[in-house]
Design a protein around this ligand. Sequence first.
Ligand code: KG4
Ligand code: ZN
Length: 343
Amino acid sequence: MNETRPDALPILGIESSCDETAAAILDATGQIMAEAVFTQSAEHARFGGVVPEIAARAHLQRLEGMVRGVLDQAGLTPRDLGAVAATAGPGLIGGLIVGASLGKGLAMGAGIPFIGVNHLEAHALTARMPGLFETPPAYPFLLILVSGGHCQCVAVEGLGRYRRLGTTLDDAVGEAFDKAAKLLGLPWPGGAHLERLAASGDAKAVPLPRPLLRRPGCDFSFSGLKTAVAQAVGKGFRREDIAASFQAAVAAVLADRARNAAAMLPEATALVVAGGVAANQAVRAALADATPLPLLAPPLRLCGDNAVMVAWAGLERLRAGQHDAMALAPRPRWPLGELAPPA
Ligand code: KG4
Ligand code: ZN
């Protein structure tokens, strides 16, 4: 048993909640010692979306080797770690069980604490990692999470203190990009393909709705927009014009929602964006202009799903004297408002 405080030693992070298999090690200051991400999209592409059983099996096949890989890369054994953090929810239950079980087993074997991390909390805290921004955002700040599985505005008021200000009433924004891309005949996941197609299109050519624009609050809705894209395809508009118009509609809606979120949290010090859709330049530009707040966008590999953010959230919780029971059960649904998962 190591006598050093667990937060003075390196921490291992594991992510397996959706279709990224990832492992990473941070040192006690939060510097990245090793990281690895495997994106499963090729395995799901022919089904046009993430297939839970395929995802679970892929995590099972790869995760242990990836953990061994990052330990080797960092020149460590499990006994050199201070703690193990693994995503415990929300997400697909098969992957969560694979990651959390491996994490618990490693922690138990090394006699060190285990931390079951909320995936949304990990996205929320990433911007506070040392070295990412000249000044890390002070609490409270706003998070706009725009990924394939999640779409929400969150007031980040402190470690463990999150208030969801708005969420999607139907599809996540990345899902909307993927569905629009599919209607345009692009491969899955289609967000980045759609952005490339949009570059040669006219964003004003196709009249598309801007769902919930100028309504109070910061909920989102994208299903009407998807239907409108299907109709525009049927009417024979140019594909690049549909792509550009769709992207402009989404960017306008996200900016409008971010503006309302900022009004709902007037003390906010920054607007942090996370999730795969943060890669989209039109979305970024719209968010940057939406509010007077500085827009902080972590580097893309830390915006999408990764294990660095899980290790960092674990380290923050460890520093606050927290860890979890080995009996902790993964939670496929785990809203940010509900902090401690039942043991
Ligand atoms: O956060 P993320 O990597 O993972 C999951 O949510 O699982 O987000 C993936 C989503 C996909 O829907 C993808 O189409 C979208 O982010 N995405 C984009 C772009 N790059 C990725 N959407 C719009 N423009 C992009 N450049
Ligand atoms: Zn995510």
